[in-house]
Design a protein around this ligand. Structure first.
Ligand SMILES: Cc1ncc(C[n+]2csc(CCOP(=O)(O)OP(=O)(O)O)c2C)c(N)n1
Length: 572
């Protein structure tokens, strides 16, 4: 990779420093490896100090690209993604990324420029009330009012972003705060009495769950992204094996449990698999770990796990009982809770009949697609990529049909290999997220599965891939339509394809070549095999435009308003 992260210089302390200098020192103290940003008037004093700071800064092509790259970096590395945007339009361009990170609990520390404090409220050039705009989509936000506060604010921001339920923290910096002089002060310990996330669970509630496990006949674990955030996959494995509990994932939780383990049932939800959805529907004990019962997972709540005692383990107490009535609430960090579950004595129940039923469904009703001699099936392409990469790649996706197919047909052995926009469903996410993912793990193969629609929302970030020489393989599953919209129009709107078919496409190979990236094209299985082989044989970036069967739909499916047991398109 061309862009090695430069060694950071030792922190030097002067008695008096400018606000921007204090900020740079604070970032170094947090061991920031990379910043994703875009300059402009209000952040020029900060960029001036960045110039010879030794910090590694990635210049995005659009602020949205920068913040999605930071999300990809955060998802894979577990460290906070750091973003800088200028005031006004720079800041408003990151709003989607903030909302995305908030709903998917990704740790970000985001700096926005602001007009000088003397003109705030005067509709000054490039002024926007960024705190007002972003308050509901940030975990916390600050506006710097005194340059001496920089060290404290940065320290708190990194702490808040990464602890408890992770999320984005925004720091708005009026321009004059960068140049104002402040006295360097003693490093104060963190003092946030109002922010004390609960990590350790209540032992009594844990006991109740162990008792419920002993008496259950049809237990299941629903493992969400909280398991990944807490780096608790090992504990989950031990717990599931100790009590012989089947494990189902949410989309964002994929990789928290090895897909090929005998206790793994795959993922549940709108396009999850039949066995997983029916297991939830029929279960008598549902143990949710770090999942928030999103409607894409639950389907119609009136039919969700109707016979189950629900145990909900979550670090965010606001999640418990929010969507699903909960009998056994356990507030705590997934790792700490699983450790306590493993520490206490417990007995497993007799689940023989339950497993017999689950096994039969796994054999009778697996994920499937109809193979075709004439058409190139997207599922087949994903399986080919899985094989070529030995299932070890980091996969980023955009949003739409290809996202669901990737999650269905690229199973994961390890955590934090899937980088996808789950909660917000943000088109334009996948390509920039791949940049951050590759920077987080420079020796791992990164594949970005995109639709032709989403690719065109942030394709300018190909420029960053080229400049940093990141060997990302961009695979466009091109159905010449906004496929997921087309699918819904086919099924729910009597095939009235209002503004979802895109027969006129840009020449994607030429687009790639314009960025000096090798482009490939394939329309048949043989061609796909050949171009994939070629693209994965070198360490350069590549863009593959794969023409897939345009009418292919994602199945099985829980239609909106239906229960998980009412899936259609299950393998007959
Ligand atoms: C920013 C944004 N705008 C609109 C949507 C609504 N939407 C969801 S999926 C989809 C179609 C995506 O098409 P494409 O990128 O070609 O992927 P495909 O579904 O064909 O795989 C649309 C428009 C969205 N999720 N995000």
């Amino acid at each position: 990779m061309g862009a090695d992260m430069r060694m950071q210089e030792p922190v030097s302390l002067k008695a008096e420093m400018t606000g921007a200098e204090l900020l740079i020192e604070a970032l170094k103290k947090e061991n920031v490896e990379v910043l994703f940003g875009y300059p402009g008037g209000a952040v020029l004093p900060l960029y001036d100090k960045l110039y010879d700071s030794g910090l590694f800064h990635v210049l995005a092509k659009h602020e949205q690209g920068g913040i999605h790259a930071a999300e990809g970096y955060a998802r894979v590395s577990g460290k906070p993604g750091v973003v800088i945007a200028t005031s006004g339009p720079g800041a408003t361009n990151i709003v989607t990324g903030l909302a995305d990170a908030m709903i998917d609990s990704l740790p970000l520390v985001v700096f926005t420029g602001q007009v000088a404090s003397t003109v705030i409220g005067s509709d000054a050039f490039q002024e926007a009330d960024v705190l007002g705009i972003t308050m509901p989509i940030t975990k916390y936000s600050y506006q710097v009012r005194d340059p001496k506060d920089f060290p404290r604010i940065v320290k708190e921001a990194f702490h808040i972003a990464t602890t408890g339920r992770p999320g984005p923290v925004l720091i708005d910096i009026p321009k004059d705060m960068n140049t104002a002089i402040a006295q360097m002060e003693e490093d104060e310990p963190l003092n946030l009495p109002g922010y004390q996330p609960t990590y350790e669970p209540n032992a009594f509630q844990v006991r109740k769950l162990l008792d419920a496990i002993e008496s259950a006949k049809k237990p299941v674990i629903l493992a969400g992204a909280g398991v990944l955030h807490a780096r608790a996959n090992q504990e989950l494995l031990e717990f599931a094996e100790k009590y012989e509990l089947p494990v189902i994932h949410t989309l964002l939780g994929l990789g928290g449990f090895p897909f090929d383990h005998k206790l793994s049932l795959g993922w549940a939800g709108m396009h999850g698999n039949y066995t997983a959805n029916m297991a939830i529907y029929e279960s008598d004990l549902l143990i949710s770990i770090g999942a928030r019962f999103d409607d894409r997972v639950t389907g119609n709540l009136n039919h969700f796990a109707p016979n189950a005692t629900v145990a909900h383990i979550d670090i965010d107490p606001a999640e418990i009982g929010k969507n699903v009535p909960t009998k056994i609430p356990i507030v705590g960090d997934a790792k700490a809770v699983l450790q306590e579950l493993l520490a206490q004595q417990g007995k497993k129940g007799d689940y023989t009949e339950w497993f017999a039923c689950l096994r039969e469904r796994q054999i009778e009703n697996p994920l499937w697609y109809e193979e075709s001699k004439d058409d190139l099936k997207p599922q087949k392409v994903i399986e080919m990529v899985h094989e070529i990469t030995n299932g070890d790649a980091i996969v980023t996706t955009d949003v739409g049909q290809h996202q669901m197919w990737a999650a269905q047909f690229y199973p994961f052995k390890k955590p934090n290999r899937l980088v996808t926009s789950g909660g917000l469903g943000t088109m334009g996410f996948g390509l920039p997220a791949a940049i951050g993912a590759q920077l987080a793990e420079k020796d791992t193969t990164v594949v970005a599965f995109l639709g032709d629609g989403g690719f065109q929302m942030t394709l300018q970030e190909l420029g960053v891939i080229r400049e940093l020489n990141l060997p990302v393989k961009v695979i466009i599953l091109n159905n010449k339509s906004l496929g997921m919209v087309r699918q819904w129009q086919e099924i729910f709107y009597e095939e009235r394809y209002s503004h979802s078919l895109i027969p006129n496409q840009p020449n994607i190979v030429k687009l790639a070549e314009a960025y000096d990236i090798k482009g490939y094209e394939a329309s048949t299985e043989e061609e796909a095999a050949k171009v994939l082989q070629e693209a994965f044989s070198h360490d350069e970036p590549a863009v593959l435009n794969i023409h897939i069967a345009p009418g292919e739909n994602v199945y099985p499916m829980v239609a909106p308003g239906k229960g998980l047991h009412e899936m259609v398109g299950v393998k007959p």
